[in-house]
Design a protein around this ligand. Structure first.
Ligand code: BGC
Length: 756
């Protein structure tokens, strides 16, 4: 049914329109019965349904319906599998239709700037390219059921400490290259029906009233068509919000802010057309749901539990393995640690799901009659040492052929609402792992955490399997992976530094509560570690398998890439082992032109490839100018200098298997305003100035006296280097009055030619 939304809006009173721009209660928008507008419901998200009664909360404390908890974003991102997350989105979309939810509040795509952010488990990656592609696939999945998503938290919300009022202070370049692209990609590739703006300020302006963010970038540049809602309680000045491009306030302020909108329209300080525009955007999304209900949708919790389990098997990352895994079916194994029976599988806060059931590795082992003993070792919910339990664990480990320790972060350490204080596991767990590894060389550690931890015992154990917060099927998924029913294929979507202090945000996280300065700029995650050539515990993209892969035949295009065109790069990947597996082929781009301030490599393509034993497949990537570019603040646009770019293909940011080069030519030129500080080198780089300056320099050679030549250095290279870095004001003073006058004249001419 085609609705005439404009007509509906024209029939609404001013009060009804203002009212439409805020929620009726915690989870519903308002209805206007006489115009056939129903009160639709929204719900968290992102990895399951937290549908609550009307009097709910945004903290994940109160009751919500029994639902299915899928792996959290930290895990799903590690699958590097856009089809998988798309399928997960489709399942959630169907669940929403069955439960009459018009919008699912997710995905959460903020960049993992520091491993300490309490909400990292809900975020996808430290890399904006990966986060954007995964987010777009998720959104397309959910929305294929005519249910909206709310991509959040837009933007630069990278910590929990004072998240509701702190100002994230960052350069436009870091904003564009690191913190915005995940949103940008998802808007361009999936058009989420709604976007949730964040609580925080950006360079001093609240996201909820930030026109640069909500209109100039989001709509004018990216072409966003849906509506923007606030995070729960994120409004500061409601009228400024409408002007900036904020459409819906959630959960609503009981009419307090609606009245301000009405008053502002009446006194002429708010253009009513802006209010109409917000209402139109909201109603478009409301009716796109209302008019496309799916009576055939079912929420089958058992079926979806199986899906959640299968998804998690594709997400877990095998971090270390000396060959002990997969376990032999008849191995005598000791399971140690309470997470074996009570896994930590989800994070705290607004994404908390009331799970229909939870599988544990211990229960799976029992069901499958595995030879497994169990000792608690340490509690799942606190850091509490117990000598007796530790000794029992050591004893059990000695008596078994293999010890599997189920370690992780308790709920209290990691949640929405606060950040972690350090990157450590509870001391009781570290102590136990050391003690068990000392008596049992075949010690395997299984981790349950939403963000990296320090692993001081990493070199003393035989294998480490990272399950992340794997959703309610995590126990069964762990069993399948440990015993080789499924071959691990997850790869880290974030770096595990050796220690917290190595992280680039360390000196500036989380700020003083009023401000947090993103002083590391674009050097986030592997962009920093790889550029600094720093050792890390496990690199971005790292993950092992029960088979091996080989790369070959990297084919680069012969032609030069230009501003408009795109080129194809292909590479062969072969499974050289005896079992089937899935490899994540990663493509990074590297600027080889000596451009200042660029990370040594950046992810610009990835593909997950299923390969039978001995099988080879060719993977194809497409590269366009934007993939080579950085955001040039002076130009106010993306820019890549003409020249050579490395194309690196491999299985982790620190494991490049093959490297090729690509040449690029741009027609874009950088803005140049010439004054006394401008150097000869800068002029020679500019296509307009170069010929004129070159000619003048030649003429000047003869005019420069002996002293000046000496000043410029005797060696030819040195002289050239000095001349290139010489500002025009100094050149003029060295060259004498006649030449100085010529230089001044030239500066004027060039500025004119450059349109300054
Ligand atoms: C969170 C959002 C969530 C909302 C509603 C807020 O506190 O930041 O992610 O969707 O509450 O529960």
């Amino acid at each position: 049914m085609e609705r005439d939304i404009k007509k509906i809006v024209s029939e609404m009173t001013l009060e009804e329109k203002a009212g439409m721009c805020s929620g009726q209660d915690f989870w519903h928008l308002k209805s206007v019965e006489r115009l056939g507008i129903p009160a639709v419901m929204v719900s968290d998200g992102p990895h399951g349904l937290r549908k609550q009664p009307d009097t709910g909360d945004h903290l994940g404390i109160g009751e919500s319906i029994v639902a299915v908890c899928f792996p959290a974003a930290c895990a799903v991102a590690s699958s590097f599998d856009t089809e998988l997350i798309n399928e997960m989105g489709k399942t959630l979309g169907e669940e929403c239709q069955a439960e009459d939810l018009s919008v699912l509040l997710g995905p959460a795509v903020n960049i993992k700037r520091s491993p300490l952010c309490g909400r990292n488990f809900e975020y996808l990656s430290e890399d904006p390219y990966l986060a954007g592609k995964m987010a777009a696939a998720y959104i397309n999945g959910v929305q294929s059921w005519d249910v909206g998503t709310s991509m959040k938290h837009y933007a630069a919300n990278n910590q929990e400490f004072r998240r509701m009022s702190c100002s994230s202070n960052l350069s436009e370049r870091a904003f564009r290259e690191i913190y915005l692209p995940a949103f940008e990609t998802a808007v361009k590739e999936a058009q989420p029906k709604t976007i949730m703006c964040s609580y925080n300020k950006i360079n001093g302006v609240y996201a909820s009233e930030n026109r640069h963010l909500l209109t100039e970038i989001l709509r004018d540049e990216w072409g966003y068509e849906g509506y923007v809602m606030t995070d729960w309680g994120a409004v500061a000045d409601r009228v400024k919000g409408i002007v900036a491009g904020l459409d819906l306030e959630m959960p609503g302020s009981g009419g307090f802010n609606d009245a301000k909108i009405v008053a502002a329209v009446k006194d002429g300080s708010l253009d009513e057309a802006l209010l109409d525009q917000a209402v139109e955007r909201i109603l478009k999304v409301v009716f796109s749901y209302v008019d496309n209900r799916h009576p055939e949708a079912v929420f089958d919790r058992d079926v979806d539990h199986e899906k959640a389990t299968a998804i998690e098997t594709e997400c877990a990352v095998l971090l270390e393995n000396n060959g002990i895994l997969p376990l032999k079916a008849d191995a005598k194994v000791a399971y140690i640690g309470e997470y074996a029976s009570k896994p930590r599988y989800q994070g705290g806060g607004s994404s908390h799901i009331n799970s229909s059931k939870v599988s544990s590795a211990l229960e799976s082992a029992k069901t499958k009659n595995r030879t497994v003993s169990y000792v608690k070792g340490f509690p799942f919910d606190k850091d509490e040492e117990n000598e007796e339990e530790l000794q029992a664990a050591v004893q059990a480990a000695k008596e078994a052929e293999v010890a599997v320790i189920f370690a992780g972060l308790p709920d209290v350490i990691e949640s929405e609402g606060y950040d972690r204080k350090d990157m450590r596991l509870p001391a009781c767990q570290n102590k136990l792992i050391e003690a068990v590894a000392a008596v049992q060389p075949n010690t395997v550690v299984v981790l349950h955490n939403g963000s990296p931890v320090e692993v001081p015992w990493a070199d003393k154990v035989a294998a480490i399997l990272e399950m992340y917060l794997g959703g309610q099927g995590v126990g069964e998924a762990t069993d399948r992976l440990l015993y080789g029913e499924v071959n691990p294929s997850g790869r880290l979507a974030e770096t595990f530094p050796l220690k917290l202090e190595d992280n680039p945000s360390y000196l500036n996280f989380p700020g003083d509560g009023l401000n947090v300065d993103y002083a590391e700029g674009v050097y986030v995650g592997y962009r920093y570690y790889d550029t600094k050539k720093m050792p890390v515990r496990w690199a971005f993209g790292h993950g092992l398998s029960y088979t091996t892969y080989e790369y070959g035949n990297l084919k680069m295009p012969g032609e030069t890439l230009t501003d408009e065109g795109c080129v194809k790069v292909t590479v062969d990947v072969k499974n050289t082992g005896n079992v089937a597996g899935k490899e994540v082929v990663q493509l990074y781009v590297s600027d080889k032109n000596g451009t200042a301030g660029r990370p040594v490599k950046e992810l610009k393509g990835f593909a997950k490839v299923a390969l039978g034993p001995g099988e080879t497949k060719t993977v194809e990537f497409t590269l366009c100018a934007r993939d080579l570019s950085f955001y040039h603040e002076g130009l106010g646009d993306w820019y890549a200098p003409s020249g050579t770019y490395g194309v690196l293909v491999g299985c982790a940011s620190d494991e490049v298997a093959l490297e090729g080069t690509l040449s690029f030519e741009t027609k874009k030129s950088l803005p140049l305003h010439i004054d006394g500080s401008t150097t000869v080198g800068q002029l020679l780089e500019n296509p307009v100035a170069a010929p004129i300056v070159g000619e003048m320099m030649q003429k000047m050679q003869s005019m420069l006296g002996g002293d000046t030549a000496e000043t410029l250095g005797s060696g030819e290279e040195m002289a050239e280097a000095m001349a290139m870095g010489m500002p025009l004001k100094s050149l003029a003073s060295f060259a004498g009055p006649e030449a100085a006058a010529k230089i001044e004249q030239m500066m004027g001419t060039l500025n004119q030619m450059l349109g300054n």
